[in-house]
Design a protein around this ligand. Structure first.
Ligand code: ATP
Ligand code: MG
Length: 605
């Protein structure tokens, strides 16, 4: 991989001193027990509940008047909920669930845009001791049915339009689904549904948060479906210790922050870092009710004085494509930290942040299964562009050797670790951190297969350099085997993006009788560039010079849009299936071809 110069940090010049000034010292001194002690716990030692840590604790400690959530409406206007409002509204939602007989451990689903009702429903569900499962509002009826069925959804909160379009057609096949609450029924719910606002207005907020225990299930999250059928990952209340610690170290949250996570709560990032971590830290969280739009986003960053911004590579690439001039004229001086997750972050994007936004972008890595950030670039640590950073305090990460079939090598019950620097292995984590998933719903065997020789296997391939920085290579299934070389698509895609005409690229391996596989690139051009044979050859030549003939793409097609998941990840498996004329597999999370650009948010009903 072309190594870009490191970006050095001058901590003394920071406007706010970082929570973790010294990475090595923090790793040495940290313990999960200590992180747990910093949580409040339920009064009277009754247990641990995420909603109490996120909301009621602040009210009990006199911070009820602090602004918790600031919603940005389509017209740019705002509406806010303070911690006191949120405590009350979630208490009412819990009371409604109680009155309906929705019990501890039973599943409450949402199919909603990013509206205040969603946030009250999440926290109210926790307060009732029930389990929350957010669905992304742009899902079609079949993905909605599948997930409600798999999760045995007891109650669903949605809107009239979404109900009509996506739930009514499949309702008869969901006998377990007892209650459908419409957030916008306005006095006239659809037949067979309930008017949420009316129920809330009649309810008295519950007095006491349910006495859940750290190992009680709190959340069910479906994975993105990038590699196949989405899996339902089970998470517990005790995970909040990890949301707290990672919010502190990897996002550097301080109570006075105005923080914006652009992910939709339908995905784990929007839940762990759009709701739980910021509220536990008592910050003000921005929620944009609309979709990605370059001018709108720059306006929000500037007008709302966002200090910490957590976004995704797909969004950053979109802003890059829109052109640096769009950022000009917006005062981004409040911004002090930018982080990204979800896909590999091309070094180009890290450096673009520095040049256009005045700050580099800090990549971090985690998955639905890990429940929280595991590897990150931190404010006080130099960035090596293209690296995911180093493991969080309390997290032990390693690379496990794989055999020719891609299976982890285990001898005498211990996984064989790759210790040589810059050598590829499967990224693995030592189990035991609080937000680790506790299972895949109804898929015990699949869960068991994630562990080998004392490690949790992530399915991703990575390298580690001599200083302990991790470098993403690719998902296990995406790696290309060509003439004896193992090629990670990320390296090739990042190189393609360095070409001035390229906006975005997806790279796959296609079968070849001689080489086994050859590298094929699908390239989206920046506005103002036309596909041509000359450009095709030029881009291939450009990558050959940098990567060498063995790694550079042999084939290159131009495309106007790369297939992506609703959360904005490039679906390489679909590029491959289409290229080879194979069945497309599970496409429930595929972004609608005509839909708004990266699917970070809700669909317009
Ligand atoms: P599925 O498991 O259903 O195929 P998914 O793995 O995309 O979908 P998520 O849990 O949302 O579902 O995504 C986690 C994955 O995203 C990681 O395993 C990794 O492959 C990728 N990822 C996340 N962050 C990064 C990052 N910073 N760099 C590289 N890859 C990342
Ligand atoms: Mg996955």
């Amino acid at each position: 991989m072309t190594r870009w110069p490191a970006i050095a940090k001058d901590v003394a010049a920071f406007p706010v001193q970082p929570n973790m000034p010294d990475y090595d010292a923090a790793r040495r001194d940290f313990s999960w027990d200590q992180a747990r002690e910093e949580l409040a716990g339920l009064p009277g030692g009754r247990g641990l509940n995420i909603a109490y840590e996120a909301v009621d604790r602040h009210v009990a400690e006199g911070r009820g008047g602090r602004e918790a959530l600031r919603f940005i409406r389509a017209d740019g206007g705002t509406r806010s909920l303070d911690y006191g409002d949120l405590a009350e509204q979630s208490g009412r939602f819990a009371a409604v669930l109680r009155a309906l007989g929705v019990g501890r451990g039973e599943r409450v689903f949402s199919l909603l845009g990013r509206s205040p009702e969603l946030y009250a429903a999440v926290l109210g569900t926790f307060k009732n001791g029930s389990v929350f499962c957010p669905l992304f509002s742009a899902f079609g009826p079949e993905p909605v049915r599948q997930r409600l069925h798999l999760g045995a959804g007891r109650a669903l909160v949605t809107t009239r339009a979404l109900y009509r379009k996506k739930v009514a057609p499949v309702r008869d096949s969901l006998p377990e689904l007892r209650h459908i609450l419409l957030a916008d029924a306005d006095g006239t719910p659809e037949p067979g549904t309930l008017d949420l606002a009316a129920l809330l207005s009649r309810a008295d907020p519950i007095g006491e948060v349910a006495g859940t225990q750290p190992e009680d299930m709190a959340l069910l999250h479906f994975t993105s479906g990038t590699t196949g059928t989405p899996k339902g990952a089970i998470h517990v209340h005790g995970a909040v210790a990890a949301h707290y610690a990672t919010g502190r170290f990897a996002l550097d949250l301080h109570p006075e922050d105005v923080y914006w996570c652009t992910a939709d709560p339908g995905w784990v990032t929007g839940m762990s870092y759009g709701i739980i971590a910021p509220l536990v830290h008592g910050v003000t969280a921005i929620v944009d009710e609309e979709e990605l739009d370059a001018d709108r986003w720059y306006r929000i960053l500037a007008d709302q004085h966002v200090t910490v911004w957590y976004t995704a590579p797909t969004a950053l690439r979109m802003l890059m494509k829109a052109g640096a001039e769009r950022a000009a004229g917006h005062d981004l001086s409040a911004l002090r930290f930018i982080a990204s997750v979800g896909e590999p972050l091309n070094p180009e994007a890290v450096v673009w942040g520095q040049e256009v936004l005045g700050l580099p972008v800090h990549d971090n890595w985690w998955q639905t299964e890990t429940g929280g950030i595991m590897i990150a670039n931190y404010p006080a640590m130099d960035i090596r562009p293209g690296s995911m950073g180093r493991p969080l305090p309390g997290i032990e990460a390693a690379l496990v050797a794989r055999d020719a079939d891609g299976k982890a090598v285990v001898t005498d019950g211990q996984a064989v670790l790759v210790t040589e620097p810059d050598t590829m292995g499967e990224l693995a984590l030592r189990p035991g951190w609080p937000s680790m998933f506790r299972g895949y719903l109804n898929e015990e065997e699949r869960y068991r297969r994630c562990f080998a020789g004392g490690w949790y296997l992530t399915g991703d391939l990575a390298k580690r350099d001599a200083d302990g920085y991790f470098w993403f290579v690719g998902r296990g299934d995406d790696v290309i085997k060509s003439s004896g070389h193992l090629i990670g698509p990320f390296e090739v895609e990042s190189c393609l993006m360095e070409h001035p005409a390229v906006a975005e690229a997806g790279v796959i391996g296609v079968p070849d009788p001689v080489a086994g596989e050859v590298v094929k690139a699908f390239v989206e051009l920046k506005p103002g560039n036309q596909p041509s044979e000359a450009l095709q050859l030029e881009i291939i030549g450009f990558t050959r010079k940098r990567l060498g003939a063995a790694v550079a793409p042999r084939l290159l097609d131009f495309t106007s849009t790369l297939p992506k998941t609703r959360s904005g990840k490039i679906l390489r498996r679909l590029l491959k299936a289409r290229e080879l004329g194979l069945p497309e597999g599970d496409t429930s999370t595929l972004e609608a071809p005509a839909g708004p650009a990266p699917g970070l948010g809700k669909e317009q009903p």
